[in-house]
Design a protein around this ligand. Structure first.
Ligand code: ZN
Length: 330
């Protein structure tokens, strides 16, 4: 499939090494990156939920098993992996705040002063296994990470975040962003959030650059990132709709901290309109995800086409920013 899934960015913006036919996210042939690779991780996350009381909420044994799974996949792919802790607000055991873990992995190559960050929450709600929300985002990140490998020939560092406690007021990502030094914050070129990308009645939404206030459109650089995502989705054959940020997922703390951000989502409890059904297929008058936050959010209910398109578009966007050499234009 060669470069099929990567919309060519403007010339001169990529590290020339990245245009090489052997570049990791652009390998020719059947080994190309797809949602099928991502789907194998969804099966694993479903099994983890099934073995642990039907959920992967943090804190819980299902979340701990999810952390072990993601960590093992990333270490096998050659990444440096850390599991920094954070306190859970309002939850105490014998007087001490209970702690939980995020998983952070990054490439061993690339300039650490230019970090492309892509994140997905790893926890589910207590009521269900959380396979669309947000096993789908986790699976896409793992597929991209394993295809790219821990030591790719990219100009910039790629860092992956798997957040705990998104379903608990985003405690994991909030703590991470609060602890960044000013210099750490400035090193992050972009934060890309992936939260639900395989909704059973999928829509194709992008956030970044829409709206008048900074809270809605994101800091400077967010509009460009949203535009790259829209182009990458177009290359997979779908016309995305751009929405304003609403502080309902882990991009929230990044936007507040002034870090350029963008996001993708396939829709949750809102209803698909007739116009959207004409544009994207699926069932008008029905929710994007009828199983949202229920025990039915299982691996067998997902839209595999949406998973495939979003995974490829995200890979192309990560490749674009990882190879970006003229960072003044961001
Ligand atoms: Zn979510």
């Amino acid at each position: 499939m060669g470069l099929d899934f990567v919309q060519q960015p403007p010339k001169g913006l990529l590290d020339p090494r990245f245009s090489h036919p052997d570049a990791p996210l652009r390998q020719p042939g059947a080994s190309g990156l797809t949602g099928v690779g991502a789907a194998t991780h969804l099966v694993a996350l479903q099994r983890i939920a099934d073995d642990n009381g039907g959920n992967r909420a943090s804190p819980s044994p299902g979340y701990a098993a999810s952390v072990r799974y993601v960590t093992a996949v990333l270490r096998d792919a050659g990444y440096e992996v850390r599991t920094p802790g954070y306190p859970l607000p309002k939850r105490r055991r014998r007087g001490a705040l209970i702690r939980e873990q995020n998983v952070i992995a990054q490439t061993r190559t690339g300039d650490p002063r230019w970090v492309v960050m892509v994140g997905a929450h790893l926890d589910s709600v207590r009521k269900g296994p959380g396979i669309n929300d947000n096993g789908s985002g986790v699976a896409a990140l793992l597929e991209i990470a394993t295809r790219l490998g821990g030591s790719p020939p990219t100009r910039n560092v790629v860092r992956y975040a798997f957040w705990g406690s998104e379903e608990d007021d985003m405690a994991g990502s909030r703590h991470y962003v609060e602890k960044l030094s000013r210099r750490d914050r400035e090193d992050i070129l972009l934060y890309l959030n992936v939260d639900m990308i395989a909704s059973p009645n999928a829509g194709y939404f992008v956030m970044g650059g829409k709206g008048k206030s900074r809270a809605k459109s994101g800091p400077r650089g967010s509009a460009r990132a949203g535009g790259v995502l829209v182009e990458q989705l177009a290359a997979t054959g779908v016309v995305a709709k751009t929405l304003a940020f609403d502080d309902e997922s882990d991009y929230g703390p990044f936007v507040v901290a002034g870090i350029p951000a963008a996001a993708v989502l396939s829709g949750d409890r809102k209803t698909k309109s007739r116009k959207q059904a004409r544009r994207w297929g699926g069932r008008p008058g029905e929710r994007f995800d009828r199983n949202y936050h229920t025990p039915r959010d299982r691996v067998d209910t997902l839209d595999r086409t949406a998973l495939d398109r979003f995974t490829r578009a995200l890979a192309g966007t990560v490749a674009y920013y990882a190879g970006l050499s003229d960072t003044s234009t961001v």
